[in-house]
Design a protein around this ligand. Structure first.
Ligand code: ATP
Ligand code: MG
Length: 647
């Protein structure tokens, strides 16, 4: 654990929406009187019929239900668009930054509203009605946001499949949700290379299991020629041109589904997470405002893809519900070179920047010169999400990107949680590098031992949440039993996150990794994050992943996969040095038994390390890798198998 503490900077505290005293008071109210708290904050969005009941929840696995604002009605798209028109019709809603650095576009709220209405009418004319499923398989272009909002406008349920997924992965998801329409584009562009989305979609829809799709809508993006099925395919621009901009929003119940989204697949087969409308929007918009200390006029950029929950809550729904200007970036951090993120920050004068540890580690590996090239003086708040951020990477982000002026919000949450649960608030929370710090309003984290007993004080354990919050998922689409099994049966009457955490003397939470990844060396239980962070703290190491491996004497030994900084030589001396280094940083118990040089690590397409695969390789069980459909680069795995250390 890092020993450094960074107090809230004075100038941030002065202007912040929430200071320390306010955080304490609001947090206290939120857990002592959830109904009162959420009854009041539910009013931050517009309701067609106001709710009378705020919360109706049972975490009892035998009789489980989660309902928020259940007698209220609303329309999510109207909250993101219509209600802003009067005051900010001409304000930019979306800044689009293309893969090509010469391409960008500003879309106003009025323009986004009109595009959404047209496409909503087009979907209606294809027979899409409330409750129907629509799969969106698009690059990071404004049409992705339009498609989401158009579905929301007519009460259809969208399910976005990340544009980097294969035809098989797409087919599985289309089949699972029984989509009536699939929306794609001729091609996508990433890092100067084109991705054949239409061709992938054609292949996916030819799978024998996929029977539900009636129409495919195709956005003309690169202009590439594509195969065409006259009976099924329509051009986005043609159906929109033919449609009217007048599309009254459909009234939906707070508990009507808004979207289905599959988890990243780090730990196994992805789960189809279902989120509903009212509570989700309240929670996404409120967390967006307070966690990022969002102020009127701020330019806000979240680098996630809309194919992940971060893109749903913090590119589209949260920011737009708040009337913010949100940046959508089509490209990758390394194209045309490793200064792209910073160039975009400079170009659009970004104030709030939210990215993932995987990107920070990759850019850190390339050195500071790329950051120093850009003028980053507009930045005020930085954020991190997706994995534990190693203190070393945190410090680099803080110093070189934030120039020691910008608080970093390390936001812990999951697809399942709909929004951020554990996080600093810029004006209220002193920071400790590597800690997600304290719970957001209404969130009651607890640490349990393996028998389910709640632990108190400074300790580590299984991270659970004791009560519901409005943004919580409601079910696994089409498999309610899996929902109950996965989240409500390991421990009774709590939501089980599957993550482990440590709480320190100040009550700060440190996510230690997945519970399934915990390593047990001679009876000492260790989270993966701590050992990995020790390795990354070495000046020659860029990234590391550790897993447990069967060991005759210790029960489990530690097997480390290490990626070196650009230009470093992998030698036996360095290997010995790293073992010594970890002994010194943590203690002899954490000494790696094996270190394998790994030019690349297996990651999900959202950039998370897949330790379950590394565990199998380390155990020489590489014929049992499990579900690898969400792997970003399967080639990495073959290389690791060829170079394993303990054959
Ligand atoms: P699957 O559930 O299919 O295995 P996944 O858990 O990776 O995939 P997501 O919902 O995208 O799918 O990721 C949530 C997980 O990411 C969390 O449970 C946690 O392990 C990790 N995570 C997210 N943010 C943070 C953070 N700030 N610090 C530490 N871990 C984080
Ligand atoms: Mg998960």
């Amino acid at each position: 654990m890092s020993a450094n503490v960074y107090p809230v900077p004075d100038d941030i505290a002065k202007g912040a929406l929430i200071d320390k005293a306010k955080y304490d008071a609001m947090y206290k109210q939120s857990v002592e009187d959830p109904e009162g708290f959420w009854g009041e904050h539910g009013k931050r969005i517009d309701w067609i019929k106001p709710y009378k009941t705020v919360k109706n929840v049972s975490y009892d696995a035998k009789d489980l239900y989660i309902k928020w604002y259940e007698d209220g009605t609303l329309n999510v798209a109207a909250n993101c668009l219509d209600r802003h028109l009067e005051k900010r019709g001409d304000q930019t809603a979306i800044i689009f930054e293309g893969d090509d650095p010469n391409v960008s576009e500003h879309i106003t709220y009025r323009d986004l509203y009109e595009r959404t209405c047209r496409f909503a009418n087009a979907l209606k004319s294809m027979g899409v009605a409330k409750g129907d499923r629509v799969v969106i398989y698009l690059p990071m272009i404004p049409e992705a946001a339009v498609a989401m909002l158009a579905c929301a406008r007519i009460g259809a349920i969208h399910s976005i499949v990340f544009g980097g997924f294969s035809p098989e992965a797409l087919a599985g998801r289309v089949e699972d949700c029984g989509a009536k329409v699939v929306i794609t584009s001729d091609e996508g562009l990433r890092g100067g290379r084109s991705v054949p989305l239409k061709r992938n979609a054609d292949e996916a829809l030819s799978h024998p299991g996929v029977k539900s799709v009636e129409k495919m809508v195709v956005v003309k993006h690169t202009g590439k020629d594509v195969a065409w099925n006259d009976a099924r395919d329509v051009w986005y621009h043609e159906v929109c041109a033919a449609a009217s901009t007048d599309c009254p929003p459909t009234e939906v119940n707070a508990e009507d589904p808004l979207f289905v989204l599959y988890t990243s697949g780090s730990t196994g087969k992805p789960k189809g997470v279902l989120h509903t409308s009212g509570g989700y929007l309240v929670y996404a918009s409120m967390t967006h405002e307070y966690v990022f200390d969002y102020h009127e006029g701020d330019i806000y950029w979240c680098t996630a893809d809309v194919g992940w929950v971060t893109g749903h809550s913090y590119i589209v729904y949260g920011p737009l519900a708040n009337g913010a200007t949100t940046l959508m970036f089509e490209g990758v951090p390394s194209y045309p070179d490793a200064s792209r993120f910073w160039q975009v920050c400079e170009k659009h004068k970004v104030n709030i920047f939210y990215t993932a540890p995987t990107a920070i580690r990759a850019l850190m590996r390339e050195g500071e010169s790329f950051v120093n090239k850009a003028d980053l003086s507009s930045l005020r708040i930085l954020g991190s999400v997706g994995e534990p951020i190693n203190p070393e990477a945190w410090e680099w982000y803080y110093e070189h990107v934030g120039k020691k002026n910008c608080p970093i919000v390390d936001t812990w949450w999951q697809t399942e949680t709909g929004g951020i649960l554990i996080t600093p608030l810029p004006g209220a929370t002193d920071l400790k590098p590597g800690s997600a710090t304290l719970p957001f309003f209404g969130v009651q984290p607890a640490l349990l031992d393996n028998e389910g007993k709640e632990l108190t004080g400074a300790t580590d354990g299984n991270l659970v949440i004791k009560d519901s919050w409005p943004g919580q998922m409601r079910t696994v689409y089409g498999d309610h039993e899996r929902f109950i099994q996965t989240y409500f049966s390991t421990f009774k009457n709590v939501y089980t996150t599957g993550d482990g955490a440590r709480r320190d003397d100040d009550g700060y939470y440190w996510i230690t990794g997945r519970v399934d990844d915990v390593i047990n060396v001679s009876g000492h239980r260790m989270g993966t994050a701590e050992v990995e962070s020790a390795l990354v703290a070495h000046s020659k190491v860029a990234e590391a992943a550790v897993v447990g491996v069967p060991h005759d004497i210790k029960g489990q030994g530690i097997y480390a996969y290490v990626t070196l900084n650009a230009g470093e030589e992998p030698t036996d001396e360095l290997r010995a040095e790293l073992v010594k280094w970890v002994r010194k940083e943590i203690g002899p118990i954490a000494s790696p038994d094996f270190i394998q040089w790994s030019p690349g690590l297996p990651k999900t397409r959202s950039g998370k390390i897949m330790r379950r695969i590394l565990r199998k390789i380390a155990a020489n069980e590489y014929d049992q890798l499990g579900d690898t459909s969400t792997l970003a680069d399967p080639g990495v795995v073959d290389d690791l198998i060829d170079n394993r250390q303990n054959r």
